[in-house]
Design a protein around this ligand. Structure first.
Ligand code: SF4
Length: 476
């Protein structure tokens, strides 16, 4: 959905404004309306007792919890039984829906328009996005934006969530902002911008780490903003460690144009304290990721959650991932780079991402060399190499029907034509076999060679050919 396609209007009382990127277009009253609706919904999502009371007595629920929004008017957004075809929705409902629509449109825009300078990288990222849709299903996959990089500024994480989807180790080294590190960091940002172009802004400064663990996080973020063009989004599970610092960070981030930050909250008690410490207005552009439910299967099954499910003998789970980047995971502590992309967690990829290559650097120029190697056609081919092994992804089945060769995952069917039925049958068999080079496959299919390669390249472009790396890092 394009933001401009959203239905904003200024007629009479039906005042719906785009506020996500044009905050000054709305009055404080308008923003407060959005903020208080959001607060009610956070309480609704995280607090069973509130949800129950709200069902029976909306006015009593808002009074008891000190909420200022009109819960009855907001019924269409929290009551699953509400008749959504009702024509007259309250203005607060329309405003809230427009705001959510803007956020979703922006997320989709980032998925679609973040285009690195390297055509290899662009084609590779596009097909990783297609592959994740096929492997995770459209609903889960569309929640993944596929930013181009994550830079870690410490080693491990002090929060220690039992469910950590990336199995973050205990907090170790913190990369401080001293003169030497400042110089290297700024040079790395510069190289990142030069190699990737304007899309370099689609990165953030944490991974299996919490940004707040690094006392100099804000300084690194300001450098990134200055050199790469965007103040990186912050997600923290530690908003209460130093409330004044968090508030300063939110203000700094907003002043510098960052659109959204996130708090990840682990318990109802923490939600209570966050609601006490931060006003609804301060939280308008801070999403809450509520991890309050304790059951293993309410989390993405990856990392420690996967370990726990396997240990306790739970079998009816659908493997997931919290990984979101299709690009570079850079540790400034280890000076390492890994090329990664999300996948359902498995024994082979327990952290929910595949690793396609890696390198190390000591200087910014060495960082450039690693980036150039990992974006080369060797690592990111944009067409099928006739000498290389070619096969279908192992999670796919195939069959030939009237419309062509259909390959299917649990979630998606994709059909390829262009060849006659007999040739497609042969192609399906050889790709499922998966042990021949593209040249051998093309010759054995026995059809027009350019057409076979065209079909193979179409299959590569939408992520159905097996690119799962042979490579596996020793530490994973
Ligand atoms: S989920 Fe996030 S906050 Fe929790 S341990 Fe992992 S990295 Fe840290």
């Amino acid at each position: 959905m394009n933001a401009s396609a959203l239905n904003f209007s200024r007629s009479g009382f039906d005042l719906i404004l785009p506020i996500y990127r044009q905050r000054c277009s709305a009055t404080p009253e308008y923003l407060a309306d959005i903020a208080h609706t959001k607060r009610l919904l956070e309480r609704w999502e995280g607090d069973d007792a509130f949800r129950e009371l709200l069902q029976h007595s909306p006015s009593e629920a808002t009074r008891r919890y000190g909420l200022q929004s009109d819960a009855e008017a907001l019924r269409p957004v929290w009551d699953a039984k509400f008749d959504q075809s009702t024509p007259d929705l309250a203005e607060c409902v329309k405003r809230h829906r427009a705001f959510v629509g803007e956020k979703m449109a922006h997320r989709e825009e980032l998925r679609r328009t973040s285009k690195p300078l390297s055509p290899n990288f662009h084609a590779w990222r596009t097909r990783q996005m297609a592959r994740t849709t096929s492997q995770l299903g459209a609903v889960r996959a569309h929640g993944i934006v596929h930013p181009l990089a994550a830079f870690e500024l410490s080693k491990g994480c002090s929060v220690g969530c039992w469910f950590c989807g990336v199995s973050a180790p205990k907090l170790g080294d913190i990369w401080e902002y001293n003169d030497a590190h400042r110089g290297l960091w700024r040079d790395v940002c510069q190289v990142w911008r030069e190699e990737i172009g304007p899309a370099s802004e689609q990165a953030f400064l944490y991974w299996a780490t919490d940004p707040i663990d690094n006392p100099d996080y804000e300084k690194f973020a300001c450098d990134f903003h200055e050199l790469c063009g965007y103040f990186p989004q912050t997600t923290t599970a530690l908003p209460l460690r130093d409330v004044e610092r968090t508030k300063r960070l939110l203000r700094l981030s907003e002043e510098r144009g960052c659109l959204l930050n996130r708090f990840s909250l682990l318990t109802l008690k923490i939600l209570d304290r966050v609601h006490e410490a931060f006003s609804p207005e301060e939280m308008t552009f801070v999403e809450l990721v509520l991890q309050i439910r304790k059951e293993t299967l309410s989390k993405a099954v990856a990392g420690r959650t996967l370990e726990k499910a396997l240990k306790t003998g739970v079998t009816d789970y659908q493997a997931g991932t919290i990984a979101c980047i299709s690009g570079f995971l850079v540790s400034m502590v280890d000076r390492s780079v890994r090329l990664i992309s999300p996948c359902p967690a498995s024994e082979r990829w327990p952290l929910g991402y595949q690793i396609f290559g890696e390198g190390t650097f000591n200087t910014a120029e060495e960082f450039r060399t690693v980036l150039q190697r990992l974006t080369s056609p060797e690592v990111m081919p944009s067409t099928v190499n006739w000498q290389r092994r070619v096969g279908l992804r192992r999670d796919l089945s195939w069959q030939v029907g009237e419309r062509g060769l259909t390959v299917s995952s649990t979630f998606l069917h994709q059909t390829f034509g262009g060849l006659d039925g007999e040739a497609l049958e042969k192609l399906g068999q050889l790709l499922a076999q998966g042990d021949l080079s593209a040249e051998q496959v093309a010759l054995q299919v026995g059809a027009d060679l350019p057409t076979v390669f065209l079909t193979l390249n179409q299959m590569l472009a939408v992520g159905v050919l097996d690119e799962e790396p042979e490579y596996q890092h020793a530490g994973v």
